[in-house]
Design a protein around this ligand. Structure first.
Ligand SMILES: [Zn+2]
Ligand SMILES: [Zn+2]
Length: 469
């Protein structure tokens, strides 16, 4: 009898597990929530054979709200499938940046390599040109400081950088190689992903890393190849120009004795002849990538510490002016305009290169005054509970906050705080659109390129709200 009961339970669990897998794959949040409420252990279910878990399915299909739900149910964030892939790798492969954002906030291991070829999430994002995912993967490595590009250029010129930021850790991560010594830069160059090539170069990807002959590299390019050899094979002129501008050598021969030009010829990429045969005259101007997003690290750290998705505050007298729902928890350094954590996170993850900001390259344009935001600071607790009057969002530009950016906390306490502030996930269903804001008096110079994070449903309210000023 006991055996029969165990078998029935086993079948029941399996059936519920399959239902959860279907819900995770199809994005059925209500079904997933109901199943997990009945049995939270289902979060750890994996399908027989391919052994993909609900976390993998929801990540691969971009259902970030279900990913969040599963993480709250205690699933191992770095769970591997039969190919050794984590949910983070699958989200990066398919370019689901919102999933990547949640996984990074919850502390997913960005260094894990798969069993097939040792590729990491960074390799997969670079291969497929998902620059937004690349930027999010690097959230803990790029400091929110205004002179980041100057420091990186000092490092390129082999000068000792004047900074306390750990550029060696950044260099190790970005140049981490898969089997055959293939870096993310090789993959982006081979697949003609020019934006990703540019971003990786900005963050210190080495143009001199070469592949090694361990039987896994592409024979028709050959071992000992640089990213420029791979770009020559891929045939994208912009990738080649970017690599050359960052110092890639035209004369380096791989182990077959081929230069990049010879690789281009062997792959019939005749349009690269001029680019790969003449050294550029003088030092080319390096244009900043539009995905730099300097304030990202500051807001990611604040979000881990204090929660990223605070509840809507219906009675809030002075809510975040972007969503008009949640209370303000962070302020932009420089202009002091205040936002809820989630809107600030989305601002740093999406508002790249679409507006002109008054700040260094990589600063994110404040949606209210166009000040270039380089970092966010958390508001003091008393401001959070509205014990003091909050500054209007029409403060004089240039007024500075005296708050200091919060320090990173240990992951355990970060995760604890994330657990404490979980909310009704239906709020995640709000889609942030790329609608343009109506003209705001404060940004007359660039009224038509305002990039809004305002959900469609509140846009009219925001218009009315802004019209009063
Ligand atoms: Zn908001
Ligand atoms: Zn501002």
């Amino acid at each position: 009898m006991k055996l029969l009961s165990a078998v029935v339970n086993s079948f029941g669990c399996s059936a519920s597990g399959e239902r959860l897998v279907s819900a995770a794959r199809d994005g059925d949040f209500q079904e997933a929530q109901a199943l997990l409420e009945c049995n939270p252990r289902l979060a750890r279910y994996s399908t027989f054979g391919v052994r993909n878990s609900p976390l993998h399915f929801s990540a691969a299909h971009g259902h970030h709200e279900i990913v969040h739900l599963l993480l709250q149910s205690g699933v191992d964030i770095d769970l591997r499938n039969y190919r050794g892939q984590t949910a983070l790798m699958q989200a990066c492969q398919h370019g689901h940046w919102e999933v990547v954002l949640i996984l990074v906030l919850f502390g997913a291991n960005v260094h894990k390599a798969d069993y097939l070829n040792g590729g990491t999430a960074l390799h997969l994002a670079a291969t497929n040109g998902h620059s937004r995912c690349i930027r999010l993967l690097l959230a803990d490595y790029i400091p929110s400081i205004p002179n980041f590009r100057e420091i990186m250029s000092q490092i390129r010129d082999n000068e000792e950088p004047i900074s306390e930021f750990d550029h060696k850790a950044l260099s190790q991560f970005i140049n981490q190689s898969a089997d055959g010594g293939i870096t993310a830069l090789h993959m982006a160059a081979l697949n003609a992903q020019a934006e990703s090539v540019q971003l990786l170069l900005e963050f210190g990807a080495s143009v001199s890393e070469v592949t090694i002959g361990d039987g896994t590299v592409i024979d028709l390019i050959g071992p000992g190849s640089t990213a420029l050899h791979y770009a020559a094979c891929g045939g994208n002129a912009k990738c080649c120009k970017l690599l050359i501008a960052w110092g890639a050598s035209l004369t380096t021969e791989n182990e077959n004795g081929w230069t990049p030009l010879m690789v281009a010829r062997s792959w019939h990429k005749s349009w690269l002849e001029d680019i790969l045969s003449t050294e550029p005259v003088g030092r080319p101007k390096l244009i900043p990538s539009r995905y730099l997003s300097l304030p990202l690290m500051s807001i990611v750290q604040i979000s881990r510490e204090y929660g990223w998705n605070s509840k809507s505050a219906p009675g809030c007298q002075d809510p975040c002016v972007v969503c008009l729902e949640r209370k303000c928890t962070v302020a932009a350094e420089g202009c002091d305009h205040e936002f809820c954590t989630r809107c600030a996170l989305y601002l740093c993850s999406t508002n790249w290169g679409t507006t002109i900001s008054r700040g260094p390259p990589g600063s994110v344009s404040c949606p209210l005054c166009r000040n270039g935001i380089v970092s966010f600071v958390k508001l003091p607790e008393k401001a959070l509970v509205k014990e003091v009057a909050r500054k209007s969002f029409l403060l004089p530009i240039g007024q500075r906050s005296h708050e200091t950016p919060s320090k990173a906390t240990p992951l355990t306490s970060q995760l604890r705080s994330l657990e404490l502030c979980h909310v009704d996930d239906t709020s995640l269903g709000v889609s942030f659109c790329c609608q343009r804001l109506p003209s705001i008096n404060l940004c007359r110079e660039t009224p038509n390129i305002c990039h809004s994070l305002v959900p469609r449903c509140v846009n009219r309210n925001l218009q009315n709200h802004l019209a009063r000023y």
